[in-house]
Write a protein that binds this ligand. Structure first.
Ligand code: PEP
Ligand code: MG
Length: 595
């Protein structure tokens, strides 16, 4: 079924959404049938309870069978790497909160299956909407897509499969589930746009891995765009142009050729060292949330994992993972990444990073509440379990351990004491642990910046978490769109903070890295090299871009540029000076259109 509302679209109508996967696609729209379903809740008689539960269970089984089929059919390499997402959806289909509660409502409240399912899905969505951390909030899209599949199966509605698309199109959909995305044939679906979703939804992650340009979060695109509309999407800027004029068409064709050329050039950097022209080496590493991402990280040339966010292991819906379960995952990670190091960050939940199982209290000011290391030092059993698993896995390769959101020396000492005690306990029980596990901390609070010299004496390395550091330094909520305009990595206060951190690390002779999003933006690479960072950890797909800049600079030159930037008074002045510098040095990469 195609679009029900026909609208006259003016030439060159521009929509702006969230840039989810870079690249330009030019084609016609293919509207996918993902119309909202009409769900009717009604009271049922006690005799209807069992048949309703039976119908619901059938729908669950059908949904599972469909997902398993999608999984079996996915054969391309970049996709098999992501099949864990389908496993996650299969797990959700076994989740007590979804399945048990729906059945409970049918029986307890005497309402029909679709009404009960609808209520449970709404409740789950509300829980996820309250989360301010972008990545975690995005997990709501998993609930949306699995809920949609389950509901369609319950109502007997069919879904159009993307595997059936047979000409080159740009898919326009309300939402695409990872299972939909896995079915995409790249020679047919050359881009997609969706109403909902964010940069870190699994669908966006998949699109980046597949190299398909995508713009998400357009809110109303499915009701605006009839099937077959000529359109252009620019997944690097989040722009969508409907009914492009001849001139726009030519412009974008040129941009696309330029983009494709630069991309093809990037491949050559994968196997080259990240070394400046005067021989200064940087470690370019990858951030991961799941161990399965290591294969892609290696392919992209990552020399290790600079940030393994372990929160996601705690979100299976089945309670915290046991020591053995965690050990298996950490061990697999070091073995897959050998001989390079894997930096495991201990649990960073609480406040904005919400994990339903932990029943965290509602806090008035969650960003400053019981989160990250504060949570671990309170829930010591969880902390000890994680430390033991990490120590055991360290016997199988190079592991570094990292504590998040440190605000004082006492916290670091407490963490180290816990680590040492667990090591002793393991050893006295005859269990092997890794020796010389390096201990580091994330620098994410202004307090940590101001006492970086004292902290540097306590640890082996620093890693700067700019996502939080900028939030706390400039006092702006990183998840609040109303103050997003103030989120400025080139703010003089941020630059001063980075300088203090790097100077403290240098004086103490410890390594300093960065694992916030800023590390993966090639616009800032020159500044970060000049500041003295020895490790930059990022989404693996950005490694070659950053390396391209690293390999063209000389330390002496970049230090001069930094000195000049440090004299400027506003974020705008610094950003403008840097953009000018970068577009003069690298006109191919940083054309005016880039900014
Ligand atoms: C950061 O704060 O920059 C960081 C890397 O950690 P997270 O985004 O997980 O808070
Ligand atoms: Mg952080």
């Amino acid at each position: 079924m195609m679009a029900s509302v026909k609208i006259n679209i003016a030439e060159d109508t521009m929509l702006v959404g969230i840039a989810a996967a870079p690249g330009i696609a030019i084609s016609r729209s293919h509207l996918v049938n993902r119309d909202r379903m009409t769900v009717i809740e009604r009271r049922i008689s006690p005799e209807e309870v069992d048949p309703e539960i039976g119908a619901f269970k059938d729908a669950v089984e059908r949904s599972k069978a469909q997902l398993i089929e999608v999984k079996d059919q996915a054969d391309s390499k970049e996709l098999t790497e992501h099949l864990y997402i389908i496993d996650t959806h299969l797990l959700i289909l076994d989740d007590e909160m979804l399945i048990g509660e729906t059945i409970g409502l049918i029986r307890g409240e005497l309402i029909n299956a679709e009404g009960a399912l609808n209520r449970v899905l709404s409740k789950l969505r509300r829980v996820f909407d309250k989360i301010s951390d972008e990545y975690l909030r995005e997990r709501r899209s998993d609930i949306d897509s699995i809920g949609d599949r389950l509901m369609r199966n319950l109502l007997g509605e069919t879904r159009e499969s993307l595997a059936d698309v047979n000409e080159q199109v740009i898919v326009v959909a309300h939402v695409l589930s990872p299972a939909d995305t896995v079915q995409i044939d790249k020679s047919k679906v050359i881009g997609f746009v969706t109403d909902i979703g964010g940069r870190t939804s699994h669908t966006a992650i998949l699109a980046r891995s597949l190299g398909i340009p995508a713009v998400v979060g357009l809110e109303t695109v499915t009701s605006l765009v009839p099937d077959g509309t000529p359109m252009i999407i620019d997944g690097s800027t989040g722009t969508v142009i409907l009914r492009p004029s001849t001139e726009t068409f030519r412009d974008y064709l040129e941009k696309k050729q330029h983009y494709d050329y630069l991309e093809s050039e990037l491949v050559q950097f994968r196997s080259l060292p990240a070394e400046t022209r005067d021989g200064y080496s940087l470690a370019l590493r990858s951030n991961i949330d799941f161990v399965e991402e290591i294969t892609v990280a290696r392919e992209q040339g990552a020399q290790g994992i600079g940030l393994f966010r372990t929160e996601f292991l705690f979100m299976s819906g089945e309670g915290p993972p046991s020591e053995d379960e965690q050990f298996d995952i950490y061990r697999a990670a070091v073995e897959k990444m050998a001989p390079f190091p894997v930096t495991i960050r201990t649990l960073d939940v609480g406040g904005d990073k919400f994990v339903p199982e932990f029943n965290l209290a509602d806090e008035v000011n969650p960003a400053m509440g019981l989160r990250a290391i504060r949570f671990s030092l309170k829930e010591v059993n969880l902390f000890k379990t994680q430390l033991r698993a990490i120590l055991r896995a360290a016997a199988f390769g190079h592991i570094r351990i990292m504590f998040p959101m440190i605000s004082g020396v006492a916290e670091v000492r407490d963490c180290k004491q816990f680590l040492e005690r667990e090591r002793q306990e393991l050893l006295s029980a005859g269990i092997t642990c890794g020796e010389n596990v390096e201990v580091g901390i994330m620098i994410e609070t202004p307090a940590a910046v101001l006492i970086a010299d004292l902290l540097a004496k306590e640890v082996d390395f620093f890693s700067v978490g700019t996502n939080d550091l900028i939030q706390y330094c400039l006092a702006i909520d990183r998840g609040n769109e109303h103050v997003a305009y103030l989120y400025e990595p080139m703010h003089p206060a941020v630059l001063q903070a980075l300088l203090l951190i790097c100077q403290a690390a240098k004086s103490a002779g410890i390594e300093v890295g960065m694992c916030g999003e800023m590390a993966g933006e090639d616009l800032y690479s020159l500044v970060l090299i000049a500041l003295g960072f020895s490790e930059l950890s990022m989404n693996a797909v950005n490694i070659s871009r950053v390396k391209r800049i690293v390999r063209q600079v000389k330390i002496s030159e970049v230090e001069q540029i930094l000195d000049q930037l440090m004299t400027l008074a506003t974020a705008e002045e610094v950003a403008a000076a840097l953009e000018k510098e970068m577009s003069q040095r690298y006109p191919q990469v940083f054309s005016e259109a880039h900014f």
